[in-house]
Design a protein around this ligand. Structure first.
Ligand SMILES: O=C(O)CCC(=O)C(=O)O
Ligand SMILES: [Fe+2]
Length: 292
């Protein structure tokens, strides 16, 4: 699948030229050098708590099967998302006006407290996250003010200079991902990058920073990134679960802080360093060696 109309790309992500004689490139999954590793498989219909605990301690990422979301619903979501991203850039921008809690972003999925994506400290295409998307902050939609959770619908452009999503950890408690067949998700374990094999019928769960804090560093907020396929556009749909914004989070390894404090610090990191520093900002002095 590829977006045929150049107007659908945000200006920064527009392919330089559409050369019909160009030979297909090796895609990133062949050229990146990352090994393939099957994720721990967790069966929701027949939950093995020990296996789940081990996956959270040693991997910070696992695959869910028998999760109860019909495959047809997942593929319809993907199709709807693809149809929206094919619209022109201007049409996508005007889809969501300033009163609408759903936001269209491109360049970085990091969010402000009102759910608007933040610009990075750079306007340099090479340092951009090459992703555009829609952010649906459920907590700001009328029917649910109690939980803090977001749906992010990401579209990764294909194209010769296409980059992807920089390595990062999620700020969430956990994140649940549905992806199409294209692939590109990588995670870091035992000092190496590994590829996640795409499987549109299962969901990938990764633990975020807040899970690492509330588990006193027992569970891992896994480092991950997205490498792009130069031939095929990719859509992923991520559901993020966050703590309540003003509740104080206690841990024996971190200073007490609220999720609002954490998010404000991430925004400052992005502005001043161009990338998130994250948990190390909150670590108590005597526990700093966890980050060594
Ligand atoms: O698209 C993916 O596979 C992951 C996206 C992601 O890491 C994010 O939105 O935080
Ligand atoms: Fe992520």
């Amino acid at each position: 699948m590829s977006k045929s109309n150049i107007e659908s790309y945000p200006p920064m992500f527009r392919p330089s030229s559409a050369d019909p004689t160009r030979q297909p490139d090796l895609n990133d999954s062949e050229s990146s050098g990352a090994g393939i590793s099957d994720l721990p498989l967790i069966d929701m219909m027949c939950l093995d708590i020990e296996k789940l605990d081990k996956a959270c301690r040693e991997w910070g990422i696992f695959r869910l099967e028998n999760h109860g979301v019909p495959t047809v619903v997942l593929s319809q979501l993907q199709e709807h998302a693809k149809r929206i991203f094919k619209l022109s850039f201007e049409a996508k921008q005007s889809l969501v006006n300033s009163n609408c809690p759903i936001k269209y972003f491109w360049g970085t999925p990091a969010l402000t407290s009102s759910g608007i994506a933040l610009p990075r400290a750079t306007n340099d295409a090479l340092n951009m996250d090459w992703v555009e998307g829609l952010n649906v902050p459920f907590s700001q939609l009328k029917y649910d003010h109690h939980h803090h959770h977001n749906l992010l619908i990401n579209d990764f452009s294909n194209g010769e200079q296409a980059k992807g999503l920089h390595e990062h950890t999620d700020s969430s408690i956990l994140s649940i991902l549905s992806e199409d067949q294209v692939g590109g998700l990588r995670f870091f374990k035992d000092e190496q990058w590994f590829k996640v094999k795409p499987n549109p019928t299962t969901l990938v769960v990764n633990l975020g920073d807040m899970m690492q804090v509330i588990s006193d560093d027992e569970y891992k907020s896994v480092k991950h990134k997205v490498e792009l396929n130069k031939e095929k556009e990719r859509v992923s749909i991520c559901y993020f679960v966050f703590p309540e914004e003003n509740t104080l989070i206690h841990s024996s390894h971190f200073k007490p802080f609220t999720y609002n404090d954490f998010r404000a610090q991430v925004q400052l990191d992005l502005k001043t360093h161009g990338s998130k520093i994250g948990l190390v900002n909150f670590k108590l002095q005597h526990c700093q060696d966890h980050f060594a």
